[in-house]
Structure formats: C-alpha cells, structure tokens
Design a protein around this ligand. Structure first.
Ligand code: EPZ
Length: 416
C-alpha cells in the first residue's frame, strides 16, 4: 500500500497544468458504445478510473488503447453485453454502460454498483428512466438486466438531480424512437461536454446545461475525435492548495467558467484570485476569514470540493458552517482533520469549523477520493511530516498529484 509523506510549511510557487476531467472522460469514453468505429479522445487524464473504463470497454469486445494523453477506442466488435461485478465494484461509474448498451445492443447486464464510503448511492432514477423508455428491467443476483427491442422517447422527471443518471439516460435516448424530455436534469459541465460529443456524433440534443434536455432520437450515430474538458475539481483543489500555503500559483489549461462558485467563496475568504482566458492566478498572501458553504448541484458549490474547502476553513479566522446536501456521509475526513488539530463539530449534515492557528502533522487515513485530497492539503500546511495512507483513492481521480505538488515546491513524496 503506497503512502504519501508531506513536510508542511512550504509555500507553493509556479505554474501547474490542469489535466482532463475524470468525470467528463468516463461518460464520453463509454459513449463510444453507441456507434461502431474508431474514436480518438485527447486530453484524457491518466487515472485508475480511466484504466477501469478502458478495461470495461475491452471486456465488452471493444479495443481501447492509450498513447500519451490520447485514447483510441474501436467499437467494431462488441461481443458481450455484460459488465461483471469485479469491474463494476472498482468503479461505480461503470453503470454508465447501461444506457448506451440497451440503446445499441438492445440488452445489457451490469453488476449493481454497491454503495461507497460517501453514501448508499442508489441508481433507482437511472432504472426508472430506462423503464420509462420501454426497457424491461430485472434485478437479480446483484445484477441489473435491461432489455428493449427499441427504446421509445418518454417524458422523464428526476426526483433528485443526478449527474450520471442524466448522462445514462441521455445516451439511452439518442437512439430511441421519438422525443425524450429529461426534466430536473443535471447541469454540470461534464453533462454539457457529453451532450456536445453526442451532438458531434449526430445526435439531436437541445438544452444540455439547463434543467430540461430535449432529445429527438436518430437512427444511427458516427464515431468522432474529441478533446476532454479540464478538470474543475482538480482546478479547485490547486486553487485551495495555493491559498492555504500562502503561495503564488498560476493554473493553466483550466476553464475558469466551470469554477465560479469556488472562486466566489475563495475571494470572500480573502484569497486574491485573478482570472484570464484559460488561466487562474492565486496569490494567497493574506489571512483568511471564515465563510459558510452549502454544497449544491452545479452551478452551486460542488460537493467534490467540500472536503478541500474545509481544510482552508480550519485555519481561517472565525467559524464556518459547512453543509453537505448531496451525500449522506461525506464528512469522513473530519475525524482525520481533527487528529491534525482542526476544531470541527458535526451535527447531521452540517459541520461547524472553528479556525485554529495551525494544524499539526499526523499519520492519517484516506477514505474516498476527495477526502484523501483534503488530507494532502492539510499536510501541506501542518507543522511536521504528515503521512497519508491508502493513497490508491487519490490515484483514482488525480493525475500524478505528488509530482504536480513537488514541482510547485511542496516537500512531498510517495513511498511504497
Ligand atoms: C457524480 O456522481 C460524480 N461522479 C461524483 O463525483 C459527484 O460527487 C456527484 O456526481 C455529485 O456531483 C461522476 O460523475 C463519475 P449523483 P453520481 O447521481 O452521478 C442521489 C468524484 O469524487 N441519487 O449526482 O453518482 C445520490 O444518492 C465523484 O469524482 C439517487 O437517489 O452522483 C446523491 O445523493 C464522487 N438515485 C444525489 O442523488 C439515483 O438513481 C446525487 O448523486 C441517482 C442518484
């Protein structure tokens, strides 16, 4: 089990390039199942989760190979329609193959994704929407089996805003007969990016990025070559790292428009941020003040940035109220931060973070992807050497994170 050691107290300085977005790459790679042929995806991040999706596509008979930051996929020979348990359990986003496989192969058998550290993560809305499109859904032996001769357009309302639910049903509906409406749809940039790729493939989709997406089914689609949008969560993570360490960092190849809520909160906390075309400059040389945050679906403050922001608030002046409204168990990092000296009290889905003068290094345990990033951030400012264990969580969602941090001057290294 790898661990990461960090010596706190080094201000980050210099320039960091933001990689392609994990949560855009996953659905976009899966969309290759919708049409036979050869695809080229560029700016794909080199992540464990991308590896898993490539493995899943190969399992189904496609060929998926990486060459640098490009991934070539050939879906000429889809032989199987089953996504097995040992692949899905590693990454719940595998459920995204359900929609495109039913649309293209009329059949899919996908292991039900279990829960995960941050919550039960049900997929009932994915299945309800697929059933409304005419798929026959059977749940048995831990698998979901979906079949449909030909999906038919439907008027679908999401009880809860769901990112992958919106993506799954968008991909199911593009080849359905007639018109599908997705109401209360997710508006995340990754949903818009997927819609743009499907549009380029020949799909007829209007309204992505708003709460109602209208899809007029077409009879066939064609392969494309596209580039993946920058990762807004990695962008937010590095903005906070620069602020925390009172550094001076420029983020390049990012998309400032996708991190508006984070920039707003950081500016209100006293962080100096200037935005240009595709770059963001963070000059974190002042004291921070506590601000309240409530996680919301996009364009609100992202739940995937909650743990990272909490680290900044743990050394700000005042008290910050952080409410997590998306997942029921996304405060696992709090226990670890308290062991580093943070003063945090939880009641229900709200954490009260009282700023302290500084954190102290400790051995800590990562639990989920974004919580492990917050522990790295805490280690960057804690007095002494922090040891973060179970960093495989990190490798799922951050490309070469310790390399990027050490190039900015952090004293960080990975030990086997
Ligand atoms: C996506 O997960 C992201 N993953 C998550 O990022 C992100 O935290 C989440 O959206 C929220 O922004 C990918 O895009 C691969 P949801 P997803 O469906 O789609 C409930 C990361 O760190 N719900 O939007 O699984 C659900 O329980 C990951 O990169 C249902 O009740 O999240 C949750 O409370 C973590 N029934 C809420 O909706 C359903 O059928 C939002 O979940 C589906 C969801």
């Amino acid at each position: 089990m790898d661990k990461i050691l960090i010596e706190g107290g080094h201000p980050l300085k210099g320039q960091v390039r933001i990689s392609g977005a994990k949560n855009a790459a996953l659905p976009i790679l899966v969309s290759s199942l919708l049409a036979e042929g050869s695809y080229t995806y560029s700016n794909v991040p080199d992540l464990k989760d991308v590896e898993s999706i490539k493995q899943l596509l190969s399992n189904l008979g496609a060929r998926a190979e990486a060459h640098g930051d490009k991934v070539h996929v050939d879906t000429g020979r889809i032989l199987s329609y089953e996504a097995p348990y040992d692949l899905v359990r590693k990454m719940r986003a595998s459920i995204l193959v359900l929609g495109p496989m039913v649309a293209r192969l009329q059949k899919a058998r996908v292991s039900l994704p279990g829960g995960c550290a941050i919550g039960a993560r049900p997929i009932n809305l994915h299945l309800k929407g697929l059933a409304q499109l005419g798929a026959n859904i059977i749940l048995e032996h831990g698998y979901v089996q979906a079949e449909a001769k030909k999906l038919k357009g439907a008027d679908i309302y999401f009880d809860t805003v769901t990112v992958t639910g919106t993506e799954n049903l968008m991909m199911a509906a593009v080849l359905a007969e007639g018109t599908t409406l997705l109401r209360n749809a997710a508006r995340e940039p990754e949903v818009v990016a997927l819609a743009e790729v499907l549009h380029k493939m020949g799909a007829d989709i209007q309204g992505a990025g708003t709460t109602v997406i209208t899809i007029n089914g077409v009879t066939s689609l064609k392969p494309v070559s596209v580039s993946i949008i920058p990762d807004r969560i990695e962008t937010g993570t590095f903005m906070i790292a620069a602020a925390l360490t009172h550094g001076d960092v420029t983020l390049v190849d990012c998309e400032p428009d996708h991190v508006g809520a984070c920039i707003d909160k950081l500016r209100r906390a006293g962080v100096r941020i200037s935005v240009h075309e595709k770059t963001i400059h963070v000059d974190g040389n002042d004291e921070f003040i506590s601000v309240d945050v409530k996680t919301q679906p996009y364009p609100g403050f992202p739940t995937d940035m909650q743990a990272q922001f909490m680290v900044l608030m743990s050394i700000a002046n005042g008290t910050s109220i952080i409410s997590e409204t998306i997942f029921e168990n996304r405060f696992i990092h709090v226990g670890e931060l308290k062991r580093m000296g943070a003063d945090i009290k939880i009641s229900g889905n709200t954490a009260m973070v009282k700023g302290v003068s500084g954190l102290s290094a400790a051995p800590v345990m990562a639990s989920d992807l974004r919580a492990s990033a917050s522990l790295i951030l805490a280690g960057l400012v804690a007095e002494g050497q922090t040891e973060v264990n179970r960093v495989y969580h990190l490798d799922r969602g951050y490309e070469a994170i310790e390399k990027k941090f050490s190039e900015l001057g952090a004293a960080i290294k990975r030990v086997k």
